[in-house]
Design a protein around this ligand. Structure first.
Ligand SMILES: NC(=O)c1ccc[n+]([C@@H]2O[C@H](COP(=O)([O-])OP(=O)(O)OC[C@H]3O[C@@H](n4cnc5c(N)ncnc54)[C@H](OP(=O)(O)O)[C@@H]3O)[C@@H](O)[C@H]2O)c1
Length: 223
């Protein structure tokens, strides 16, 4: 696959490295410009480009930027793309977002609504948000390893879901489909499943037992 990555921080770099190791073609980008990425391409084994280069390059585009920046993502050029949203809502970084504080929306739901504000928008899956990036790089195991760590994902679009499952498995984790984007609150920041290592059975049980009314979006969390 051709994967464009928007954001070259902890998430962008980890996914670039793992996707390259999985023999995908990758282009990474950031907000400051290509000249600040010159050491990244060789180090990660991927191409570097501007944000718009990465969008044009990727059949799949990974969003790995602070959540507050999602309204700046271009709707037209992401139309038709598979978009993997790794974002988490951190009010201390992102500012208060009432729809999330009041549990009326999910982070990926807001992103999807933005990207689908014109017809024929992007197809969004939430993935890789509920694990520390150091562990994404270290905890992957071959398929059928006993106790293999599971990671949750969610999507409304079948193709986006399939891509999220494929990459999760290629990175060495059991992929657990939590349902549509409206169910993705079950593994957002501050939930019991968030950044806690679990195997598939443990994660499935935890997601099923998570009660939204007792959650505190943006509350105490690891990252
Ligand atoms: N860190 C983790 O372990 C982890 C795990 C799961 C999920 N997450 C979530 O994933 C997202 C990214 O986290 P991170 O830790 O990778 O953040 P980070 O280290 O702060 O990196 C953010 C990257 O986004 C770029 N950026 C910022 N605004 C942008 C914009 N408008 N357009 C294009 N690029 C932009 C920055 O560019 P510059 O480099 O030019 O400043 C930087 O490369 C966040 O929502 C975070 O909560 C983080």
């Amino acid at each position: 696959m051709k994967i464009g990555i928007i954001g070259a921080g902890f998430v962008g770099r980890a996914i670039a490295k793992l996707a390259t190791q999985s023999h995908h073609q990758v282009m990474i980008s950031n907000s400051r410009g290509v000249e600040t990425l010159s050491s990244y391409g060789p180090g990660l084994g991927c191409a570097i480009g501007t944000r718009d280069d990465a969008i044009a390059f990727g059949d799949v585009v990974v969003i790995a930027i602070p959540f507050h920046a999602y309204p700046s993502l271009p709707v037209a050029s992401l139309a038709g793309k598979i978009v993997l949203d790794t974002g988490n809502y951190m009010p201390e970084r992102d500012g208060r977002i009432p729809a999330l504080d009041q549990k009326e929306a999910t982070t990926s739901g807001l992103l999807s609504a933005h990207l689908n504000s014109e017809t024929g928008g992007a197809r969004v899956a939430k993935a890789f948000n509920a694990i520390k990036m150091a562990e994404l790089e270290s905890d992957g195991k071959p398929v059928n390893t006993i106790g293999r760590r599971a990671l949750p994902l969610a999507a409304d679009d079948t193709h986006a879901r399939d891509i999220a499952i494929r990459l999760t498995e290629e990175f060495g984790f059991d992929a657990l489909d939590a349902g549509g984007l409206d169910e993705s609150w079950r593994f957002e920041r501050g939930t019991p499943a968030y950044c806690v290592p679990m195997n598939r059975a443990e994660l499935a049980k935890t997601l099923a037992n998570t009660d939204r009314d007792t959650l505190h979006p943006g509350g105490v969390a690891l990252i």
